[in-house]
Each structure stands twice: as C-alpha cells, then as structure tokens.
Design a protein around this ligand. Structure first.
Ligand code: SF4
Ligand SMILES: [Zn+2]
Ligand SMILES: [Zn+2]
Length: 311
C-alpha cells in the first residue's frame, strides 16, 4: 500500500475517497478537513471566546488540539476547555486527569463542572435509582446542559464538540429511524445562535473515528482509552454497528448521511426558520417543551435516591 500523494509507504487507507496516505499526508489531510470545517461552521470569527468540551477521550483531545492550532495565534480569541464530571466511579477520574494534562500542555484554561454540585445527583446515583432507564439517555442530556451553562457563563460564543464523522452519521441515522425531525435539525453543528444556547460546532465532522484515533496517537496527545461502565446499554451501539456495515459495503455512507442532514436543515430553515426555543419553567434553560429534558429526568429519579439540592 503506497501513499496516493507521494508514493511512499502508506499507513492508512481511506476507502471513502479511494486513497491511501503516508503519515505526513495523513496528518495534513486531517488538519485540512478540520480547518475547513472551522471556517465553514464558524465563519469570520476573529474575536471572542471559544469553549471546547474536553472529556479526556481521543475525540475531544483532538478537538482541543485543533482549536488551539486554529485559534491559538489569534490574541483576540480566548480558548477555554470545559470538562464535566458526571460522577461515574472507576471511569471519570482517569479521563479528567488526561483532560487536565492536555489543557496544561497547551496552556489552555480548564474548567471542571461537577454534576453532583450542579444537579444534586450523579450518573451513578441516577442509574441506581432508575435501573430500567438507559443511563446514557439522562447522562447525555445532563452533560449537554452543564456544558452549555458553563460555556455561557464563561462568555463563550461557540462550543466546540469532538463529534467525529461516525458519531454524527450514527446520530443522523438514529434520529431518522426514530422519526425525530426536531432533534435531527437541532443537532450539532448549529447554523445559528439561539437564545440561551451557545452555538455548538463540530470541526471533526469529516474525520472518521479511526482517523481521529490515529491522529491523536501520531501527535502524541494524552487521552484515556477507558470505556464508561454504562456504555454497554446505549442504543447507539446498534447504530454504530449498522453504520459500520453500511460503510463497509458502501464506502461514503457516513458522508452521505451528513449531507442528508445538511439538506434537511436547509429546507427546514427555508420553510420554518430557526424558531426560538421555549424556556424551561423549572430551570429557565432553553427547552423544546414546557419542561426541559434535563429537568424531566431529574424529576423521574425516585425521591429517596436524590440528595437535597437538585435543580
Ligand atoms: S457512555 Fe453514557 S453514561 Fe457513560 S458518560 Fe457517556 S453518556 Fe454518560
Ligand atoms: Zn504521502
Ligand atoms: Zn429545566
């Protein structure tokens, strides 16, 4: 296998574009895609604050590294990394150490928000209190809430998320299969800013998951490989397998799913406009309905397992 650009030995194949790449051309191809996405998703951004969600895993490590490359030389842009501690024993502590290590290496301000103090509960406690629920459903909603609030409090104009091509293709397919068009058009990357919601962007949108991993390894970024103990129950696992199967048989499926999403959002914006979200009557955060999903989940935990102080 030789590099399609320079004919030296290749280290990775990219069937979706019928190419192979050596290490330098691979690194350059990732960086070019990410830079183009920053430019497309956050055009003409030269002044302000950019928050980066930093979990300590490979995707957010690459997202922070790339945000630092892209914005680091602009003195008028402040970069801040935000980590959420959901309270997951045997998992989160190591990822938070990796996150702190990377932020320190890059010299980026790092904030850690804890679910226990912000919400009055943790993912572990809620999972124990609601054994029939899939933990990722409430954990993901709470994390989005905490990230948005922390980014907003930090004065951020945009929140960078480490979603890669596989993540986004899975999310598009999940929302299509569920017929959840509202969530489909609201998913990151956001086209516009909505009241109370920091605009979420996803600069790794065109980088497949295995290329994110390879990039993080080649650049020597610190990240933690551990898998969350609750992850096995996530419905996303099925969609991950389906997208893999489709991609194997039909290379380019993931990019097609993202294009489908883009076109649907175009049509939705043209027909409907970006209607302002409601405000949750319990917590005041943006919400699709009267009560936001974060509050709905907090209220569904049996009272005996919620310590005092919940939202
Ligand atoms: S895998 Fe699920 S439960 Fe674990 S941190 Fe992610 S969203 Fe939360
Ligand atoms: Zn090459
Ligand atoms: Zn609420």
């Amino acid at each position: 296998m030789r590099c399609s650009a320079c004919d030296t030995p290749a280290i990775v194949d990219q069937p979706y574009r019928a190419a192979h790449a050596c290490a330098p051309h691979f690194l350059r191809s990732v960086e070019e895609r990410v830079r183009a996405e920053f430019h497309r998703q956050l055009p003409r951004f030269g002044r302000g604050t950019v928050a980066v969600a930093l979990s300590g895993g490979k995707d957010s490590a690459v997202a922070l590294f790339e945000a630092h490359r892209y914005f680091g030389r602009r003195p008028t842009v402040r970069l801040v990394a935000v980590s959420v501690d959901e309270g997951i024993a045997g998992y989160r502590a190591a990822t938070l150490r990796a996150a702190a290590d990377l932020a320190q290496r890059l010299g980026v301000e790092h904030l850690v928000v804890r679910a226990e103090s912000e919400l009055g509960t943790t993912t572990d406690e809620a999972a124990a209190g609601m054994p029939a629920a899939i933990p990722c459903s409430f954990c993901g909603v709470w994390r989005r809430r905490l990230l948005n609030r922390a980014a907003r409090d930090a004065g951020a104009d945009a929140l960078v998320l480490g979603f890669n091509l596989d993540d986004l293709a899975q999310t598009v397919l999940m929302n299509l299969v569920r017929g959840d068009l509202d969530r489909l058009v609201r998913m990151a990357p956001h086209r516009s800013r909505q009241p109370g919601l920091v605009r979420r962007i996803a600069p790794l949108a065109l980088v497949p998951e295995r290329e994110v991993y390879l990039y993080a390894r080649l650049r020597g970024l610190p990240f933690d490989h551990a898998e969350c103990p609750h992850a096995g129950r996530a419905s996303r696992n099925l969609f991950r397998e389906v997208v893999w199967r489709l991609e194997e048989e039909l290379p380019g499926t993931r990019q097609s799913l993202l294009r489908t999403h883009d076109r649907l959002v175009d049509r939705w914006l043209a027909a409907d406009g970006a209607g302002a979200p409601n405000t949750c009557r319990a917590c005041g955060e943006p919400s699709a309905g009267e009560l936001c999903r974060a509050c709905e989940y907090l209220r569904s935990i049996p009272a005996s397992s919620v310590p005092a102080g919940g939202t």
